[in-house]
Design a protein around this ligand. Sequence first.
Ligand code: NAD
Length: 486
Amino acid sequence: MNDVQTMIAPSLTRHPLATAILIGGEMIAGNGQPLPVIDPATGEAFALAPAATRDDLDRAVAAARAAFPGWTARSPEDRRAVVHAIAARLRERAEPIGALLTAEQGKPLGDAIGEIRRAADHIEALTMLDLSDQLLREDARERVEIRYRPLGVVGGITPWNVPVMLAMVKVAQALYTGNTIILKPSPFTPLSTLAIGQAIADIAPAGTVNIVSGGNDLGAWITSHPGIDKISFTGTVATGRRVLESAAGTFKRVTLELGGNDPAIILPDADLDLTAEGIVRSAFANCGQVCMAIKRVFVHASLYDAVVEAIATRAAAIRTGPGTAPDTRMGPIQNRMQFEKVVTLLREVKQTPGARIVTGGTVHEGSGYFIDPTIVTGLPDDAPLVREEQFGPVLPILRYDDVDDAIARANATEFGLGASVWTRDLREGARVAGHMQAGLVWVNRHGGNGRDVPFGGAKYSGYGREQGVEGMRSYMEMQVVTVPVG
Ligand code: NAD
């Protein structure tokens, strides 16, 4: 953050909705050097976020450990009621916190408010899952039960793309399963999460939810802290690897939700409008900054020109601008580093023989991080835009002749988060889906699972699952109890 810190204007102050970190039910200033938070629509810092020191983290861990026995002794119904009260507070404060989310993240205001409302719905839904113990077997000899116990203190670490949703899903899973949590938002988007801390401090019993902001070093302290029992991390593959290594020292349970390079395979009989609409919706939502966005499109040669045109026409109609403008449908890229990465990928496209920018390709002048929705054809599979996770609004469309070849090319990546198959022949769609090396595969859509569906990636895209019964149980330790029949 050093280049950013040189830009701090002396007038920069804390934002009234996010003045402090939350430790043990108290709002605390944080003893670290406050961090400037940049508005990606202007490239300028607009507020200071508090920063936790290692001592602050120790205090948060102590508070979370102290709260654990009381919290875990409460009934699931009680814990559900607390999560539902948090959801109600999120709905009440969706507009001001949404405005703050737009300011720090860049997404259109309607999407930001929508993220907070959806987070409220999702955390409620998560607490409706049945996590009860199971009877494995009872026979003449013995009764064998599988019980699930909370782990203790969870460390939740989140990225900057969908900060509120990801944070709240971790909070709800931890609380409902009887754990307490220490949550660390991204240094790029700490304010909306801190504002939620301020908003729910009187609802979550003291110490059950602790929210600490700071730099990346704070993340590393969390993953190595001996007082934390589990890490739920969402972010890049590179950081995920560091998290796993660091957590190994104390044998923490670890769930990793990492990057993706999701392919969409369009079969020759696909419905053109449904396919083009679904692909554009997935690829350009949140300015392409979604882990399971479509990031590569493979189209059968017989449909290629029509699909390219249908996608490009829809992409060209998306209006790019500041999230606060009412007609904006796509905001800026969230931070300068990510913006420069996407600008570099675009430059490489322009230097690739045979590559064509069908629409977009414009990087806006000025200090905000804006790039228009861009469709690229004619790239080889080893082009950086195809091989890497672009995490921005630039989508490559690739041609194939043989579906097995398309499957092999789509699978030729270390990522394995999501994939989709587009066809009118649902049986063929399901067959192709079965060959995709991905944790999540859809036919004729991409994304949009309910909270009862386990979420996570294969290969380098993940480690374990979040949500659904399987994901929730990753916040618990299995205990097998065998009792002889008397
Ligand atoms: P990142 O890995 O740079 O940072 C994520 C978080 O990790 C931040 O809070 C950061 O401060 C923290 N961190 C950094 N270094 C750390 C360390 N050594 N130890 C512990 N924590 C550390 O990721 P990002 O750029 O913020 O997020 C974008 C990435 O997240 C993309 O790759 C995207 O695909 C992925 N993502 C995945 C999912 C999913 O569910 N699979 C969801 C959203 C985003």
